[in-house]
Write a new protein. Structure first.
Length: 271
């Protein structure tokens, strides 16, 4: 399915905050008819409320939910999810983008036989450049998986796994990963200032460098190691810096510790 023009039934979006709103933008760009969307959001933002003029139903009753996308904060999931069970009918698929909420949790709230996809997108989804890791339960059909993939692809790339246990590590790498990159920009700016650059200039240089390198990585068909090697002249300035970053006590072991900590915390939150 290359788009959503042929989607039938109603797509119920539960929670239209930053992530839910970004996903909705992506679906409409893929050709989804606004009249086929029903949003459940206690306090819809003005831009969401404005979509009512295009046919989107806001806080309206739904009897033909084909897809239920759950994008509320995990903290309120226990209160929200059980109330969605009344929307589930034969053929309905639920797609969760909530961190830390397992398939077992979702099945307990929605019904044991409900087709469910648990997914973990990340914040670049807001600009259509996210990466989402998704896992289906045993009730998801191939057609439903294709539909879920199309919906999740509205905000970026999608990777599927069959082992839910991989979601925690995926959360630690891609879900939390943007924060690591932002920290890199912060640290690089502070290092530049420590080397004598005016702080504002160092911040601009660091921001543009991290953003540009990320875009180069995105567009290139070369892997990260090759791109790194291509910019590193033997005995040059980059090599001197990489001798520090790639030392035995350098970046690799630090990131391993960070990802392990995030993975463990994800497991704790999931119960």
């Amino acid at each position: 399915m290359s788009g959503l023009k042929d989607f039938t039934g109603t797509l119920v979006l539960v929670g239209a905050g930053k992530m839910g709103g970004a996903m909705l933008d992506g679906w409409l760009a893929l050709g989804l008819d606004p009249a086929k969307v029903a949003i459940q959001e206690p306090q819809p933002a003005p831009e969401i409320a404005a979509l009512a003029a295009r046919g989107v139903r806001v806080n309206a009753a739904v009897t033909d939910a084909a897809v239920i996308v759950i994008a509320v904060k995990p903290q309120v999931a226990a209160d929200v999810v059980p109330g969605l069970k009344a929307l589930v009918r034969p053929g309905t698929i639920a797609v969760s983008v909530m961190a830390g909420k397992t398939l077992v949790f979702l099945q307990e709230g929605l019904g044991a036989s409900t087709a469910i996809v648990r997914s973990i997108p990340n914040t670049p989804a807001a600009i259509g450049r996210g990466i989402t890791v998704a896992v289906p339960n045993a009730h998801v059909t191939q057609a439903q998986r294709v539909l879920a993939d199309t919906l999740l692809s509205g905000v970026g790339a999608v990777e599927w796994v069959d082992d839910e246990g991989l979601i925690d590590a995926s959360t630690a790498v891609s879900g939390s990963g943007p924060a690591y990159v932002f920290l890199l920009a912060e640290s690089l700016a502070r290092a530049g200032a420590a080397a004598g650059l005016p702080a504002a200039l160092a911040a601009r240089l660091a921001r543009a460098t991290v953003a540009g390198a990320g875009e180069l990585l995105h567009r290139s068909n070369l892997d990260a190691a090759t791109l790194r090697a291509n910019v590193t002249s033997p005995g040059g300035t980059t090599a001197a810096a990489l001798d520090v970053l790639m030392a035995a006590d350098g970046l690799d072991p630090l990131l391993r510790k960070a990802v392990a900590a995030a993975t463990n915390r994800s497991r704790e939150l999931a119960g």
